[in-house]
Design a protein around this ligand. Structure first.
Ligand code: GLN
Length: 189
C-alpha cells in the first residue's frame, strides 16, 4: 500500500514515520505523476492558504480533484482537513478546497487565546482517549448526512469520517499514538 504524503508545504516526516511503523509505504507527492501512483493521500498540517496556492502552481489541483471525486482515500490533518472540506469559513477569498468530505470548517476557529492546546479526546470506536495536539486549529461547523463525527471539543466536531476520507482538526502525527493512522489504513482496503 503506497500512502502518498502531499509534500508541498507543512510537516510530513512524522506522518511518514507513523505509516512506516504500521508497515505501509509512505511516498512524497509533489507532482501529478507522483499523485497518479499512490493508493491513498495524506494532506498534512501547515497553512491551508499556502497549500491551496501551491496545489494550483504545481499542477496538482485538477488531478487531485479528479482522484478525490473518484474515491481516493484521504486523510487530512489540520490544514489538510481545511483543504479536503466542502466549504471553508474565514479562508482567503482565493482559497480553494476540494469537497472530499461534506463538512463546513472554520479556520483558526478556537481563537487567539487558546490557539494552541492539548486535550484528551473521547473517540468513537477507540477504547481509550486520544491525546490530541491542536495548533491554530480549525473546527467543523456543519456536517452533511453522510458524515460520522468521531470526536468533539466543546461540542464542535474535530474528527470526522465520510467513507474513506478521515479528517482531524488536530495533529495525530505529533504523538506516539498510531491508532488514527491505523484507522485510516483500514479505510483504504
Ligand atoms: N491555521 C492553519 C490554516 O488555516 C492550520 C494550522 C495547522 O495546520 N496546524 O491552514
Amino acid at each position: 500500500m503506497k500512502i502518498g504524503l502531499l509534500a508541498l508545504q507543512g510537516a510530513i516526516g512524522p506522518h511518514a514515520e507513523a505509516f512506516r511503523a504500521l508497515g505501509a509505504t509512505p511516498v512524497e507527492v509533489r507532482t501529478p505523476e507522483q499523485l497518479a501512483d499512490v493508493d491513498a493521500l495524506v494532506i498534512p498540517g501547515g497553512e491551508s492558504t499556502t497549500m491551496s496556492k501551491l496545489l494550483a502552481t504545481s499542477g496538482l489541483a485538477d488531478p487531485l480533484r479528479e482522484r478525490l471525486a473518484a474515491g481516493l482515500p484521504a486523510f487530512g490533518t489540520c490544514a489538510g482537513m481545511i483543504v479536503l472540506a466542502r466549504t471553508v469559513l474565514d479562508g482567503r477569498p482565493d482559497q480553494r478546497s476540494y469537497d472530499a468530505i461534506d463538512v463546513t470548517v472554520r479556520r483558526n476557529a478556537f481563537g487567539r487565546q487558546i490557539d494552541s492546546f492539548e486535550a484528551d479526546l473521547v473517540v468513537a470506536g477507540l477504547a481509550d482517549p486520544f491525546h490530541a495536539v491542536f495548533i491554530r486549529a480549525p473546527f467543523v461547523e456543519e456536517v452533511g448526512d453522510g458524515v460520522e463525527v468521531l470526536a468533539t471539543v466543546g461540542g464542535h466536531p474535530v474528527l470526522c469520517r465520510q467513507g474513506s476520507v478521515l479528517v482531524t482538526a488536530f495533529h495525530p502525527e505529533l504523538t506516539a499514538d498510531l491508532r488514527l493512522h491505523e484507522l485510516f489504513l483500514t479505510l483504504t482496503d
